[in-house]
Design a protein around this ligand. Sequence first.
Ligand SMILES: Cc1cc2nc3c(=O)[nH]c(=O)nc-3n(C[C@H](O)[C@H](O)[C@H](O)COP(=O)(O)O)c2cc1C
Length: 343
Amino acid sequence: MSALPQTAAWSIDEHQLDRTASIEAKLRFALRYAVLAPSNHNTQPWRFIVGSDSVTLCADRLRALPVIDPFDRELIISCGAALFNLRVALSYFGLAYAITLFPSRADPDVLAHLRIIDGGHCDTCLAPLFQVIHQRVTTRESFADEPVPPATQQQLLDAVEAEGADAICIANAPMRESLAELVAQADRIQFDDPRFRRELASWIHPRRQQDGMPAMSAGMTVLLDMAAPLLTSIIRTFDLGGGLAAAHHALAAGSPLLICLTTPTDGAPAWLTAGQALERLLLVAANAGLTASYLNQPIELAVLRERLRTILPTDSVPQLLLRVGRGGPAPHSPRRPLADVVS
Ligand SMILES: Cc1cc2nc3c(=O)[nH]c(=O)nc-3n(C[C@H](O)[C@H](O)[C@H](O)COP(=O)(O)O)c2cc1C
């Protein structure tokens, strides 16, 4: 019998912070919120180096996904999401900061250096998002057949724009259908590749307890009744693309709202922007009682990423494709111990 995934990180209580503690202690506490950010395959590809008044965020490329994410694009997006949570927590605790992005010319793994300074940036409008950091969860089941009101859609767009990215809301049925077909096509291509299946299998529970995803993340709810230890072998060995394509097609076409998050340019700075914009959007959605899930498959394949641009249409660069709506309860995924990611 394997150990249960480590989800204790989510039982966080802000009152555990001693408000008279040192800046360094407060930064360490705020990082408990940073690590609740989403990450591709729940790889949690980040490291934080804490000083007396600073945090340096580094990409942990040992946790890269070379098949699905060969340029570490989603890896850096994930780090951006963690940085956003850190900003929200600091804003909530009333700590003003200054951030330098990519501070080291020599080391591209150093993504951001944040320093607490009097008179620094204190974004009061981020503070209300603090209470939903631990409520946000990726929900992979179908959503209620209930439109997302235009005013809420606008809030989501505003959230993304505030971080320097853009988003396109897609609510009309024919357009959702076109995107659903693209997602299904991407599923078939990805699952046809044994290297993709092997990489995915290595990040599926029960093989992992502190990171990785439940089997349903791969759309495999139907297989969950089978002997769990066999599951990763099944993913690794068999091309399940056809079945998953159909399942994801139904989820994409049936969700009330799809959102494509884009950036004006591509490359590491744009990915870090996209990650912060993603988490801001997800927290604003959670605040509105909504949840989200990912349909990134077409963006992960260069040829379909181009096709997506023509369907939308947009001159910007697609970074993430999400479906958004009202979902039922979903379990939290595990997080690595803080000691493994903070030094
Ligand atoms: C950049 C990025 C890409 C992701 N892509 C997918 C995806 O294609 N399919 C999926 O089911 N989840 C995707 N996710 C969601 C992660 O699997 C999820 O965040 C992770 O398992 C942790 O779970 P949580 O979001 O509930 O905390 C992605 C997340 C990020 C940040």
